[in-house]
Ligand binder design. Structure first.
Ligand SMILES: Nc1ncnc2c1ncn2[C@@H]1O[C@H](COP(=O)(O)OP(=O)(O)OP(=O)(O)O)[C@@H](O)[C@H]1O
Length: 584
């Protein structure tokens, strides 16, 4: 944790020092009471000395609050800076990770790391680290002081401590605290994820009359969470109570032994008073140490999760052959024996293909054949496990990631929209695009007319707190964004899925002019979309089963021929239906 505190360490150390100083000043009034009692019991009492002692006590109280105040201010300052630094580091890191990383992580998990774990560390540093220092220093100095006054009573005052810690040791040996904490965090992560999923899936949940109780994943994690806590409580509460009891038992030892010593004239009344005031309270900070140790355990898991994200392998440009990073001059895409799987199962099983520079290449095949995965490897959402993918003859892993991102535009079926103005969403494609460029791109994507029909046209807010767009409108916006980006490689993965036939034809016509000279990869289930492609690659269960034009594949590839005839049949069937039921 302190390593993460980095340059805030000096402030934190100062804060801890001030906290310790505050704790020491807090002891002084008790000592003053002892000294005053001592003074008053003498005959005659030195009242001038008593007044001096009262002034000392008042100064000590003021100094205590001053040090505590400085400590709190320093710790809060350091903690908030740390919170900011850590969030920036995490967000910057997430920006450098391959896109595929986000597909394999629960959104709840990342939210928990960036928001909750960081927040908890901030709170620990701001509030508890200085307290922890005070809790260690205060009893230590008090014990030393008490030993100088009367070693026998000091031992009596300290007796509960070894007993209490023996119980705690027993507790630690019995309980799998670390494991429990790990499990608790895993369950709470899963619960976080389930809540995010529940909110996202609200339309499905409502339309199938589901509730949060029937939403299995949430219910399951909530039940497991409750079970785990019940088990922890059942195991820990009796021993924890014993531990607390022992810590509170100082009076049991000090009072009888102290009174006996006093009766034997071994100690004065003020000494007995001092031990009752300071000695009995000696164990109070230890209770706090125990609570803080528990919190620390909790935080360690958070620190480890933050560290795991920070240690995640970033995408860099390093060619397999070790050559330095390069930038391609042409944009032909080549797959050589590419193998890839999500985990154990291989999804691409040795794919070899070429998408020629300036041509349109279509990926077709049954659902789950690996088309989208292959397309995503071009932009390095993931890296192949075996084989190579190159752009203009250069391995994509040797191209600096920012350059590769500049060179490849992606349009997906489900388009991520940023909650902002339409113009801002479009300008993600080209930051400095002027209005006329926005309009031209929107016109080509058949988006201009729906944008101008919105209340504030291009300045309409969309997304959270703004206007909702239909799936088709979002897609057309994404196509306009890709047109503005003007990258030499364009990948359209079911990019026309929401468009009706007329709109699709219009978009394609506009695109065909704009995309001249670009390398285009299209994935579409509607085969009419790709039949004019320069080259069609047929995927079948992670392998390429044929490459050619539409006509060639109809002749040579039975899978493609079958898909085509099924597609034609479905088209004719829907036409027949429309004719038979013209008013439906
Ligand atoms: N992020 C992921 N994690 C795990 N498995 C995945 C992931 N994405 C895809 N898969 C699996 O990989 C296989 C290939 O998926 P892919 O999306 O590449 O196929 P596809 O041919 O594009 O299918 P579709 O036409 O339905 O989009 C499928 O079995 C799918 O379940």
């Amino acid at each position: 944790m302190l390593r993460m505190a980095d340059k805030r360490r000096v402030r934190l150390a100062l804060s801890c020092l001030c906290s310790a100083a505050g704790a020491l000043f807090a002891m002084i009034p008790y000592i003053v009471v002892y000294r005053i009692a001592d003074e008053l019991l003498r005959a005659p009492a030195d009242m001038a000395a008593v007044r001096r002692l009262i002034v000392i006590a008042l100064i000590a109280i003021a100094a205590r609050f001053a040090f505590m105040g400085i400590s709190t201010a320093l710790a809060h300052g350091a903690a908030f800076h740390l919170l900011y630094d850590m969030r920036v580091r995490l967000i910057e890191k997430l920006g450098k990770l391959p896109l595929g990383y986000f597909g394999t992580q629960h959104s709840g998990r990342l939210k928990k790391v960036v928001a909750d774990d960081v927040e908890r560390i901030e709170s620990f540093i701001a509030h508890h680290l200085p307290d922890l220092t005070a809790s260690v220093v205060a009893p230590l100095v008090t014990a030393i002081y008490l030993f100088t006054v009367d070693w026998r009573l000091a031992i009596a005052a300290l007796l509960p401590i070894p007993a209490a810690f023996a119980v705690q040791g027993w507790m630690a040996a019995r309980g799998r605290r670390r494991d429990d904490m790990k499990r608790m965090h895993a369950i709470s992560e899963s619960m976080n994820g389930a809540i995010v999923e529940f909110v996202h899936a609200m339309p499905v949940i409502k339309s199938f009359n589901q509730t949060v109780h029937t939403f299995t994943r949430f219910r399951f994690s909530a039940e497991r969470y409750a079970e785990l806590w019940t088990r922890i409580a059942r195991n820990k509460v009796p021993l924890y109570t014993l531990f607390m009891l022992l810590l509170e038992s100082g009076m049991l030892f000090v009072l009888p032994f102290g009174v006996w010593l006093h009766a034997q004239n071994e100690i004065t009344l003020p000494v007995l008073l001092l031990f009752l005031l300071l000695g009995v309270g000696l164990t109070a900070p230890l209770r706090q140490i125990s609570t803080l140790a528990h919190m620390m355990q909790n935080n360690i898991e958070g620190v480890l999760r933050i560290q795991a994200v920070l240690d995640e392998k970033e995408q860099t440009a390093s060619a397999h052959d070790g050559s330095s990073s390069q930038t391609p001059q042409t944009f032909e895409i080549t797959f050589r024996e590419v193998r890839f799987g999500y985990g154990e199962r291989e999804v691409l099983k040795g794919v070899t293909l070429t998408a020629e520079h300036g041509k349109v290449t279509a990926f077709v095949g049954p659902s789950g054949a690996g088309k989208s995965t292959a397309a995503q490897l071009i932009a390095r959402f993931y890296d192949p496990m075996y084989g190579h993918i190159s752009l203009g003859g250069i391995d994509v892993s040797a191209i600096p990631p920012e350059r590769l991102t500049d060179m490849v535009s992606f349009v997906f079926q489900e388009v991520p929209i940023v909650s902002d103005m339409i113009s801002a969403n479009l300008r993600m494609g080209k930051e400095d695009a002027d209005e006329s460029e926005l309009v031209l791109a929107a016109q080509a994507a058949q988006a201009h007319s729906f944008i101008t029909a919105l209340p504030d046209g291009y300045e309409t807010r969309i997304g959270d707190g703004g206007v909702s767009l239909s799936g088709g409108e979002r897609q057309r916006l994404a196509i306009a964004r890709a047109i503005l980006k003007n990258a030499p490689v364009l990948i359209l993965d079911e990019a026309f899925a929401y468009a009706d036939a007329e709109n699709e034809a219009n978009i394609q016509e506009a695109l065909s002019r704009l995309l001249e000279g670009k390398t285009v990869v299209v994935i579409a289930h509607r085969l009419s979309t790709i039949m004019d492609a320069d080259r069609i690659v047929v995927f079948e269960d992670g392998e390429v089963s044929g490459i050619g034009t539409h006509e060639e594949l109809l002749q040579r590839n039975s899978l493609y021929a079958g898909m085509w005839s099924a597609y034609r049949e479905a088209e004719q069937w829907s036409l027949r239906k429309r004719k038979e039921e013209p008013y439906v």
